[in-house]
Design a protein around this ligand. Structure first.
Ligand code: URA
Length: 234
């Protein structure tokens, strides 16, 4: 990798600021001062120091966050803080949410800069199960609840769509609280499924994605790296 690119990948410096740091003699390569931005370096073996500090490339990253309400999954700045605003890691803007949650939805959010892995998790072909807990405006009991469970198991035609949802699993915890397991990630899917059942979601929380479950000790706004087993589970 070119030295100026290596500097911009491993520090907050842009390519032009990296060139300036080189010119100013702030960089050493294997102990010797270096000024040529075009120098090719072996990122695995060469030792590059900026003002005496060793630089290393950030590898692919895999994180989980307990997304709080009123935080957005978008990349652009908007009305609310973004999830990447509350994660303190270098080059945080490279992390992409793996399937978005609405601004008012809480719970498990995965983030990565590995596009292929993200695709494996989100592609409907892979049928990765996501479990949501929804609080409902209106109680659903007895035959209504049974009917809803059946509808969800068969697939529901959402407003404005032409193909029904994949068969999903609905389980009522109480008449106003239900757990829904889906294997797709259509736009506002859970809220629209309950709307199609004549109800309204007043609060939504994602409990798990595939085998990865939100840990009880991860408070809203907290995040941690995924374990190698969690990464490999998709
Ligand atoms: N379905 C929704 O309606 N909202 C979410 O945030 C996630 C799934």
């Amino acid at each position: 990798m070119r030295l100026d690119r290596f500097l911009s990948e491993t520090t907050p410096l842009t390519r032009s600021l990296a060139k300036r740091a080189l010119k100013n003699g702030e960089v050493t390569l294997n102990g010797d001062p270096i000024k040529q931005a075009a120098t090719q370096i072996d990122t695995g073996n060469d030792e590059v120091l900026l003002n005496g500090e060793r630089l290393t490339l950030v590898g692919l990253r895999y994180l989980m966050m307990h997304k709080p309400a009123d935080v957005e999954c978008t990349a652009r700045r908007g009305l609310y803080p973004r999830v990447i605003d509350i994660i303190d890691v270098p080059k945080v803007e490279r992390l992409q949410p793996v399937g978005r949650l609405d601004v008012d939805t809480t719970g498990l959010l995965l983030l990565t800069d590995d596009g292929q892995w993200s695709h494996r998790v989100t592609s409907p072909r892979h049928r990765c199960a996501k479990v949501y807990v929804a609080e409902l405006a209106d109680p659903m009991e007895d035959e209504t609840a049974e009917w809803a469970v059946e509808q969800v198991a068969q697939g529901i035609l959402l407003e404005g769509e032409e193909t029904p949802t994949h068969p999903a699993i609905l389980r009522f915890v109480t008449p106003k609280k239900a757990e829904l397991t889906i294997t797709e990630g259509r736009y506002h899917q859970v809220k629209r499924m309950f709307a199609a059942l004549g109800n309204h979601v007043t609060a939504l929380h994602r409990h798990s994605v595939g085998d990865v479950v939100l840990p009880d000790d991860l408070a809203p706004g907290e995040w941690r790296e995924l374990t190698p087993e969690e990464i490999a589970s998709f």
